[in-house]
Write a protein that binds this ligand. Structure first.
Ligand SMILES: [Zn+2]
Length: 245
């Protein structure tokens, strides 16, 4: 706790004083352009990995970057989605999973959770589609490979859950909203995006001259796409020059 108190003091005396104008502007209102949905995991810092400032990302965080389908609960996620779209006018939503996700590990071992952490067990029911997809389609997978499959499939599950919200559905219908799926690799800093360009995950460290970020266009998921339509999407390293098509 002492470290945090020291940190607050340093923030106020250093960062705040050199960014005073930005904070004064922020006090007048927020105009974030992105809704960023990610896990509670302490190893993820959305502003750090996207190098964004306060006020730029509207963030939903919970265990497993899960969005319960519309009507399944009156939880905070639905309220935040509605506010982001209807009040803040956000047009881009990113669901960002991450490597070594404890929630996804739990999802693969749900039977051991019900007694020890029953609230987590209940919460993970909103990722039941992910669990079933893994069970039925990844029989040969084990260990980290299985976990990574769950992490990646869960991003797609939650993008589909997002589509069940009337405010999301209506904006998608009008072409006024883009949905994206990302996976962040803690150990390498790599950010992988679901894209129509096919790149192998190994491309992350190949080559030493990454594309300029503004050269890379992100492909949003199709407006009315269902999971079967996402077969053309592949996890692609963001800002990597190597694509083996
Ligand atoms: Zn996680």
């Amino acid at each position: 706790m002492r470290k945090l108190l020291k940190g607050v003091h340093q923030f106020q005396t250093n960062y705040f004083s050199t960014h005073r104008e930005m904070f004064e502007q922020l006090a007048l209102g927020q105009h974030p352009r992105i809704l960023f949905i990610t896990c509670c995991d302490s190893r993820i810092d959305p502003n750090l990995i996207t190098q964004t400032q306060p006020g730029e990302l509207f963030i939903i965080r919970n265990v497993g970057n899960i969005i319960p389908p519309y009507g399944a609960t009156t939880g905070a996620e639905g309220a935040a989605i509605e506010y982001a779209i209807e009040v803040l006018g956000i047009k881009d939503i990113i669901v960002c999973g991450h490597s070594h996700c404890g929630a996804m590990k739990g999802l693969l071992e749900t039977s051991s959770l019900s007694e020890q952490i029953p609230l987590v067990y209940d919460w993970l029911k909103y990722a039941e589609a992910t669990r079933r997809i893994i069970k039925e389609n990844y029989q040969g997978y084990q260990g980290e490979e299985l976990l990574n499959a769950a992490i990646e499939e869960n991003v797609l599950t939650q993008v589909e859950n997002l589509r069940t919200y009337p405010s999301v559905h209506a904006k998608l219908y009008r072409g006024q909203l883009n949905l994206y799926g990302w996976v962040y690799k803690i150990e390498t800093g790599g950010v992988f995006v679901y894209s129509t360009e096919r790149c192998h995950l190994k491309a992350e460290h190949d080559g030493d001259s990454p594309n300029q970020p503004d050269e890379q266009q992100l492909t949003p998921f199709p407006e009315n796409g269902k999971r079967k339509d996402l077969n053309t999407y592949h996890l692609t390293p963001l800002n990597s020059p190597v694509c083996d098509h």
